[in-house]
Design a protein around this ligand. Structure first.
Ligand SMILES: Cc1cc2nc3c(=O)[nH]c(=O)nc-3n(C[C@H](O)[C@H](O)[C@H](O)COP(=O)(O)O)c2cc1C
Length: 383
């Protein structure tokens, strides 16, 4: 099957993923919170960022390499951290960590992944970015950081846009729970997806292995309740300062929307700011993530790099965020649509798709390098 013909767009991968994932897993992956206005608003505002086409530029080959935090990457996009990735597709963490190393793009792994830092750190190598959810107990935090560092993770990303649970009504309707409670409906949805079910049989039931390693060895639902309590810290500025003391490598703060926060975080010594609204999964009443990017960039004033995610669906969206000043762009759901649709082959195809979409759009607007992008934005759309 030629995926370039059968699955030329992310929407094609999403459709195939849906046919291979149990309903509850797909809903966990795909849904926003509330009425999903946050999701549609992210999309609508990305569409408003437009470029002027260029003519008579002769022949050129756009270059896509980009360095950030001292390391050169083959491409300016990466894999955002996604919790319980192994529930979305069995063994997702290992497959994505390897793929990221092969493609030289960052691999973000969540605190609440179904793999430990030791499982995947060596696979991701230099491309490993570990995501940290604030934990209550400073002793546990320090031990987590020690293990993350010892297993080779280069960058620590602390996520701050989950100050509490979001209702996620669509997930409730789909009976999403961690772990899945085996109601007849859930069992039926698993039986309807044999590739997923066989994968779980092979790799074992996904659990939040890392936080669980700190508690009483609870099983089943208790293990998730335990992990939930453990990770649910309520961070303040002091928490970021403590992390800054304890983590010697690059420290990134993810989930920033307000330029005033960005300025404060730089004073605390963070190495990069990541603009995101968690893809509309937490709060639908805020600004579109892309609208937060220019004010944050301005507040940061070039002192540290700024990253972007939330709603990116193709190469053109990546160009939009880069043109507005993001140094790097991340995608979350897209990788899991690709993985559930075709396994590792799907992930490689997604990289190819994003890359060729970037190249073809850069050719249309006469951008030979990523640095040319801001100059091709239609001025009315800047800022
Ligand atoms: C199923 C799912 C789980 C997620 N879990 C986490 C997480 O554990 N930690 C985190 O920092 N972000 C998490 N995110 C947010 C992503 O890192 C990222 O911000 C978002 O998915 C980007 O938007 P996109 O999916 O539209 O590309 C999650 C997103 C999804 C879709």
């Amino acid at each position: 099957m030629d995926l370039d013909v059968t699955h030329p767009a992310l929407s094609d991968l999403r459709r195939t993923a849906r046919s291979r994932m149990p309903h509850f897993a797909f809903e966990y992956l795909d849904s926003g919170t509330g009425t999903e206005k946050g999701v549609t608003h992210n999309r609508a505002r990305l569409d408003e960022v437009r470029f002027m086409p260029a003519i008579l530029r002769g022949e050129f080959t756009p270059s896509l390499t980009r360095s950030t935090l001292g390391v050169e990457h083959a491409l300016p996009f990466g894999i955002a951290p996604v919790g319980m990735a192994g529930l979305l597709w069995p063994d997702a963490e290992r497959i994505l960590a390897r793929a990221a190393a092969d493609h030289r793009i960052p691999y973000g792994q969540s605190t609440v992944a179904a793999a430990t830092p030791e499982d995947t750190g060596p696979l991701a190598g230099e491309m490993g970015w570990f995501q940290h959810y604030p934990v209550r107990d400073p002793e546990i935090r320090r031990d987590m950081l020690r293990r993350i560092e010892a297993s080779g993770w280069r960058v620590l990303v602390v996520t701050v846009d989950v100050p509490g649970e979001s209702r996620r009504e669509r997930q409730r309707r789909a009976h999403v729970s961690m772990p899945p409670v085996m109601t007849p409906k859930i069992v039926a949805s698993i039986m309807a997806r044999p590739a997923w079910a066989m994968g779980v049989l092979k790799h074992g039931q996904p659990t939040m292995k890392f936080p669980n390693s700190y508690g009483p060895q609870a099983k089943g639902k208790d293990a998730f309740v335990h992990a939930g309590r453990l990770i649910r810290g309520f961070p303040d500025d002091g928490y970021i300062r403590a992390l800054r003391e304890e983590w010697k490598g690059p420290l990134v703060v993810k989930g920033v929307a307000d330029p005033a926060d960005a300025a404060r975080l730089i004073e605390m010594g963070v190495d990069a700011i990541w603009v995101s609204n968690h893809s509309g999964r937490q709060f639908e009443g805020g600004p579109a993530a892309i609208d937060c990017l220019p004010p944050v960039i301005e507040a940061v004033g070039g002192r540290v790099p700024v990253y972007f995610c939330s709603g990116v669906q193709g190469g053109l969206d990546i160009l939009r965020a880069l043109a507005l000043g993001a140094e790097f762009v991340f995608l979350g759901k897209a990788w899991y649509f690709a993985l559930a649709a075709f396994g590792r082959r799907g992930v490689d195809h997604l990289v190819h798709m994003l890359k060729s979409d970037m190249v073809s759009n850069m050719t249309q607007i006469g951008a030979a390098s990523l640095d040319d992008l801001p100059g091709r934005l239609i001025p009315a759309q800047r800022g």
